[in-house]
Design a protein around this ligand. Sequence first.
Ligand code: SF4
Length: 219
Amino acid sequence: MTPAEYFELVPKSVDMNIRSELYSTNEFTFAVAVILSAQATDKKVNEVTPALFAAAPTPAAMIALGEDGLKSHIKVLSFFNNKAKSIMGLAARLMDEDGATDAGYKFPDKYHNRDALMKLPGVGQKTANVIMNVLWGAPNIGVDTHVFRNAHRYGWVGANANTPEKVETALLSIIPARYHSIVNHVMVLHGRYVCKALRPACANCPVCGICNAPDKTVI
Ligand code: SF4
């Protein structure tokens, strides 16, 4: 199954109207949600973020809430201490730069590129890619567990692609450019609900007829 065949068929089976299943209220809270989603499911993150973002919808409000207040909201998530530090660092930097009190917070234009985003506290390559892709439709591929697993499962990347960064580079070179902006969204939703890590639901999969994954469950 080539990437072109996959991206021709699978997007028709996923909801392309939503760009992320993470709950957010503006660009700042989306970045916070992405930071919180490291090693945690979107579902788990979404259990804590509505109350958190009601209390702290902007960088300034996050600073006012304080690190302990933030921790009290996110303590059910893995690595919450480190995540709290990252988020407070991010909020402080953004507040220093423009006050950041607008409930409809948008990142300043200078952050609309990956290198600039990655200079912000708590924002690594995957987080920057997801922000760029979801908020601004940029052709960056956030390689999460689903993208990483299934890129290998379909044989699109080799064993030497053993980091998210290497998988992203490999995928960008083999997936037609017209699909780059939807790769993360499509592979995450298809990987989460159909082409799952254990017992993929092949009978319900739109590419079942052309898939040659070794652990396909339908012959
Ligand atoms: S047929 Fe099965 S293994 Fe292949 S892409 Fe679909 S769910 Fe995944």
